[in-house]
Design a protein around this ligand. Structure first.
Ligand code: ADP
Length: 231
């Protein structure tokens, strides 16, 4: 099984690329979706976050007021660290179980769409690592357009993250998303070809098919031994 890491900075185009993978029938584990699930009312993540941040971050329905929590953590690095620390174990285990489910279905290539791939040190499990990169001007412009935010807010959000240049330097594959969507599509086709290459032996043994082969081999040897010992 090949676990492909997909990451980038805010508004660099990660979700856009993730959607291209989905449209190409490559299974994608979406860390943002999992992060939403682990913060749902009544879950263990929710309880930890309410205990740490107080009930003022809740909506009348009892669900977490995400924009409010977002504002709190983006204006305070220590609170941001605290939130990440509280939720990281639940998000990691959510990602793990999604991978297990896809593995059991026989998926050979899985894309892990994880904004904090490097920060959470999950990059050591993924190969290749794809970073969707844009220059600071494009990033700010697209972020403001997408979220309707002003330059100051957008800048704060970008600056709160690990520098995109650093992420880029750690990538196996860089998708340069400064151009048009057509440019992006062209690059994506090459990346798709790359990640669909035949599995290496190491990747094959980690796939369900590989594990079944090993078990069949062990069973075969066992049956042969019994047969020859018995005859
Ligand atoms: P991320 O998931 O990294 O935060 P998104 O995929 O949401 O980023 O992209 C940010 C914004 O930029 C979205 O509004 C998206 O539609 C737009 N976008 C992404 N790639 C391009 C591109 N190549 N050209 C123009 N707009 C783009």
């Amino acid at each position: 099984m090949r676990l492909v890491g997909l990451t980038g900075g805010i508004a660099s185009g990660k979700s856009t690329v993730s959607n291209l993978f989905k449209a190409s029938y490559i299974p994608v584990v979406d860390a943002d979706l999992i992060a939403r699930d682990v913060l749902k009312k009544g879950t263990r993540g929710w309880k930890k976050v309410v205990a740490a941040f107080g009930e003022e971050i809740l909506l009348p329905s009892g669900e977490v007021d995400r924009p409010k929590l977002g504002q709190i953590v983006f204006s305070s690095p220590s609170k941001r660290q605290l939130l990440n620390k509280l939720l990281a174990p639940y998000i990691s285990s959510g990602i793990f179980w999604e991978i297990v489910k896809l593995w059991a279905k026989g998926a050979k290539v899985i894309v892990l769409d994880i904004p904090l791939l490097f920060e959470a040190k999950l990059d050591k499990w993924t190969k290749p690592i794809i970073v969707v990169w844009v220059n600071p001007e494009t990033q700010l412009k697209r972020l403001m357009e997408r979220d309707g935010s002003n330059e100051e807010d957008a800048g704060n959000r970008v600056n709160a993250q690990m520098p995109l240049e650093l992420k880029r330097s750690k990538a196996d594959i860089v998708i340069d998303n400064n151009g048009s969507l057509d440019d992006l599509n062209e690059q994506f086709k090459k990346v798709l070809f790359e990640i669909k290459r035949p599995l290496t032996w190491a990747e094959f043994w980690r796939s369900r098919q590989g594990v079944v082969s090993v078990l069949s081999l062990i069973l075969g040897v066992f049956v042969c031994k019994r047969f020859y010992n018995g005859s």
